[in-house]
Design a protein around this ligand. Structure first.
Ligand SMILES: Cc1cc2nc3c(=O)[nH]c(=O)nc-3n(C[C@H](O)[C@H](O)[C@H](O)COP(=O)(O)OP(=O)(O)OC[C@H]3O[C@@H](n4cnc5c(N)ncnc54)[C@H](O)[C@@H]3O)c2cc1C
Length: 360
């Protein structure tokens, strides 16, 4: 095999590149962002024993993960939104789903790659067969192009042309900095992991990260254009909107919104149709969100990494690229269809009034 191009240096693409290099295969990752730290990498992820941790074991990075992971971050609390009382408080034993900051996990993967593997600032503009054309007009041919380029994948356009649709649910993200010192009551209310409270098709989720930051998500059913009149650069206006939307909730719960630091980020949730599948095509395949964008209920990063490491192992062991891709897709597609179906109903559980269904 000569050359493999991975489009996208997210968790899935990097996991794939790492395992390809463990097997001595030639791989280049093309990433549109100018550098590894071009933007904050977001909150915390839980790595599941049957997916993300399997990928980390295949990538021989489980020890590096364990050195940074937070088993205590598995704590799950549910609060009654009308009284702020803790209704459920559970912490699973052992390393069931330890949490790690997304930035730390990406750092582990990046550090594991040979220098120069990731070409930063190389946005792919067009894909035709296994030929990539970059934003600067240059083109290159490869034996295989792997689309690890996330929700709005360019590579997917060459394979299925399917675009994600709005799920009917939106997230508004915000945060509390240095929470133990600056917001001790909210820090105590959140615990060491995830706090959730919900009623009437609205939820509020707060999650600790390693740095003492608490990342919060106001989650609710809304039409796609619900924020048309709202300027997200105007934090006071967004805060006022959310406080009105969550009116009637206990003041101690609304304090997450009232006392936040910084701004708000609008994250409408888009999903690919289920099933999203394709006929094996020479020279092209997809992994992660590019293949199966689903609601963020704690599985997307895990599946992206598992996809990446399984594809790499298949490429290292199958007699040809085509057979490797066929074998990989034969496992990945049914798994992702099954998980996407579960996530679609999980999204509605997340917004149900049942505090016992704490999908996150
Ligand atoms: C708010 C939120 C919370 C989440 N929480 C969790 C969680 O707790 N657990 C979990 O497992 N999952 C979670 N997810 C889902 C998870 O983030 C994604 O499923 C995962 O990041 C997908 O990884 P990926 O490698 O497929 O794509 P991405 O991480 O999206 O990476 C794609 C990369 O491709 C690059 N790219 C895109 N287009 C191009 C182009 N044309 N040329 C070159 N590069 C390009 C992008 O810049 C990016 O770096 C969450 C998602 C959200 C939105």
């Amino acid at each position: 095999m000569n050359s493999i191009a991975i489009v996208g240096a997210g968790l899935g693409g990097l996991a794939c590149a790492r395992v390809l290099q463990l097997h001595g295969l030639d791989v280049t990752v093309f990433e549109q962002e100018p550098s590894a730290d071009a933007r904050p990498q977001g909150g915390t992820l839980d790595m599941h024993g049957d997916t993300g941790q399997v990928a980390l074991r295949t990538a021989k990075l489980l020890d590096e993960f364990r050195a940074l992971a937070r088993p205590e971050g598995q704590q799950m609390r549910a609060l009654d939104p009308r009284t702020a009382e803790v209704v459920i408080d559970e912490t699973p034993e052992g390393d069931f789903r330890p949490e790690i900051d997304r930035g730390q996990l990406r750092g582990i993967l990046l550090d594991s790659l040979a220098p120069g593997t990731v070409r930063w600032g190389r946005a792919v503009a067009d894909v035709a067969g296994a030929r990539l054309t970059f934003a600067d007009g240059a083109s290159h041919d490869f034996d295989l192009v792997v689309g690890a380029d996330g929700a709005w994948s360019r590579v997917r356009r060459a394979l299925t042309g399917v675009r994600p649709g709005y799920s009917g649910v939106t997230f508004v993200e915000f945060g509390l900095d240095d929470a133990d010192r600056r917001h001790p009551e909210l820090a105590a209310r959140t615990g060491q992991g995830t706090m959730m409270t919900k009623v009437g098709g609205k939820a509020l989720v707060a999650q600790r990260t390693s740095s003492g930051h608490i990342r919060c998500y106001a989650t609710f059913y809304a039409p796609e254009d619900w924020a048309a009149g709202l300027d997200f650069a105007d934090a006071a206006a967004v805060r006022a909107h959310l406080l009105e939307r969550y009116a009637g909730w206990h003041p101690d719960v609304l304090a997450y919104v009232r006392d936040h630091d910084g701004g708000f980020t609008h994250r409408p949730l888009y999903v690919l149709p289920v099933p999203h599948a394709w006929t094996t095509t020479p020279g092209l395949t997809l992994l992660g969100d590019a293949a199966h964008l689903m609601p963020p209920l704690g599985v997307g990063a895990n599946l992206a990494m598992l996809d990446g490491t399984e594809l790499a192992t298949a490429l290292a062991t199958a007699p040809s690229v085509e057979e490797a891709v066929r074998a990989y897709e034969a496992g990945m597609l049914p798994r992702s269809i099954e998980t996407a179906k579960a996530c679609a109903s999980g999204l509605h559980d997340l917004l149900s009034d049942d505090l016992g269904s704490m999908a996150a």
